[in-house]
Design a protein around this ligand. Structure first.
Ligand SMILES: [Zn+2]
Length: 167
């Protein structure tokens, strides 16, 4: 009965770490198999550029994310530095700019995690928690809260690099 309802799915090694991964029968056989979104991201980010040396969309997105992360930190610093001076309005604006960049990074990373790999409940939980962190940052005008959420999601996205690469 249970095999009728849940027919056994064939296993294939993850293209990145080699972990045996269930592949649904409906999966496109020409697509690479990854055990998780972290492995898919790490593998595709490390892919060589094409013959013309152009970056893949994922690599371009990663550069944009790094640039946005740096500027999120810069605006956060400005918010803190200007707080004590007679530039309170500029301090508040810097805080909002930092939080807005955090939201943009969140969107970029959600897109990057969507490039492939098996999505798990943990992915959904991390995305939900970090979204709450950014919204809390906005509600409390706290760039630190938004930055914490952004850094958390960035580390989650990069976790595939901690896995041993398959030879
Ligand atoms: Zn893997």
């Amino acid at each position: 009965m249970s095999t009728l309802l849940f027919p056994p799915m064939p296993k294939q090694p993850c293209q990145h770490c080699g972990l045996p991964t269930f592949v649904p029968a409906s999966a496109d056989p020409t697509r690479a198999v990854f055990c998780c979104t972290g492995c898919a991201f790490a593998h595709r980010l490390a892919a060589k550029p094409d013959a013309e040396g152009d970056l893949t969309p994922l690599q371009t997105g990663a550069w944009l994310t790094g640039f946005a992360l740096f500027n999120q930190g810069v605006f956060w610093l400005l918010q803190v530095l200007l707080r004590g001076e007679d530039r309170a309005a500029l301090s508040v604006a810097s805080g909002y700019a930092s939080i807005a960049l955090g939201a943009a990074i969140w969107g970029l990373l959600v897109w990057a995690l969507n490039v492939g790999g098996r999505r798990t409940v943990a992915d959904v939980v991390v995305l939900a928690l970090t979204a709450v962190g950014i919204l809390l940052g906005l509600a409390t005008r706290s760039p630190a809260c938004a930055a914490g959420a952004t850094i958390g999601l960035t580390l989650w996205t990069l976790r595939g690099f901690l896995r041993r690469r398959r030879v």
